[in-house]
Design a protein around this ligand. Structure first.
Ligand code: MG
Length: 304
């Protein structure tokens, strides 16, 4: 059963952006810089560093340019940033960014509530961003929220969700990230999406963004790996929470993912102790306990 898992997995660390964006407490730029540098030191090869959304929309990440100027960019590591529109793309280019991420959703109601646009409107907007990115030779990742379930519409038709995925690839994004935004997927519902995705797009351009809101992120990850998928998003400590379930876990924790990969003998290049060090640093700043089980076990063992 385990022979089919990939030999190597790429982790996309989303703690500094997706994680901190969902934190209530403002974190100072110097602390964010230190956090990213600790994650670089842990061997993560892709770290989503920040976002060039309008500072009024996401004040937590208003220091995007300063953060990028401050971090120690290690060779071989890519530091994508989120961009919502052409204006954000222009700011990102001015800051020297070479990798960006754009976003839309699989369901109309979520997209409307999240960015006040229909899916078609958001794809038009993404088209403009991608055109600019292409002209500058910038790599683009495309997030799709609510692929496995929507807080407003409930169950999501896999064919409809993958229709949005197909359009993003047609527009020219280099890689997809299929998001379980509210953490409702189980291996059964995940398989319905993933089998179709693998058939239509292959596994080399499709990342998976599982949330652990109901404790199923690792089960879904294992299933996905058995199907050949090898790109997974996670956040240090499980940083971020779930905006639709305050207080509950959000992103799959990087520690939990790395522990699973290590146990299966799957390479990621990531050092688990070093991720824990990064999480320990940021836990102090966010001011609440982190949800990662593996992180908690490290802390408990250290205290004993
Ligand atoms: Mg997330």
């Amino acid at each position: 059963m385990l022979e089919s898992v990939p030999r190597r997995v790429r982790i996309v660390e989303v703690g500094p952006r997706d994680g901190l964006q969902n934190e209530g407490r403002a974190i100072g730029t110097a602390d964010k810089v230190r956090f990213v540098d600790l994650l670089s030191a842990a061997g993560l090869e892709m770290i989503e560093a920040t976002s060039f959304v309008h500072p009024r929309a996401v004040p937590q990440l208003a220091d995007a340019a300063d953060l990028l100027a401050g971090i120690d960019k290690l060779p071989g590591i890519r530091y994508p940033v989120l961009v919502p529109n052409v204006r954000g793309m222009e700011r990102a280019l001015q800051a020297g960014v070479r990798d960006v991420a754009v976003f839309t959703a699989a369901t109309e109601t979520f997209n409307r509530r999240n960015i006040n646009a229909t899916i078609d409107e958001s794809l038009l907007n993404i088209g403009e961003v991608v055109r600019l990115a292409r002209a500058e030779g910038v790599w683009v990742r495309g997030y799709i929220s609510t692929v496995f379930g929507c807080p407003y519409e409930g169950a999501v038709d896999p064919a409809a969700a993958l229709g949005v995925a197909e359009r993003l690839l047609e527009i020219g994004v280099d890689e997809l990230s299929l998001g379980d935004t509210i953490g409702v997927a189980t291996p059964r519902t995940a398989e319905a999406v993933l089998s179709r995705a693998a058939e239509r797009f292959g596994v080399d351009r499709v990342g998976l963004h599982f949330h652990d809101t109901r404790g199923t992120a690792l089960a879904n990850t294992l299933l996905a790996m058995q199907m050949g998928f090898h790109i997974f998003d996670s956040s240090a400590g499980g940083l971020g929470g779930c905006p639709f379930a305050p207080g509950a876990a959000g992103n799959l924790a990087t520690e939990d993912l790395v522990y699973l990969l290590d146990g299966l003998g799957i390479e990621s290049g990531v050092n688990l102790d070093a991720v824990v060090t990064a999480s320990r640093f940021i836990a102090d700043k966010v001011g609440h306990p982190l949800t990662s089980k593996v992180y908690q076990a490290f802390q408990a063992t250290r205290a004993a």
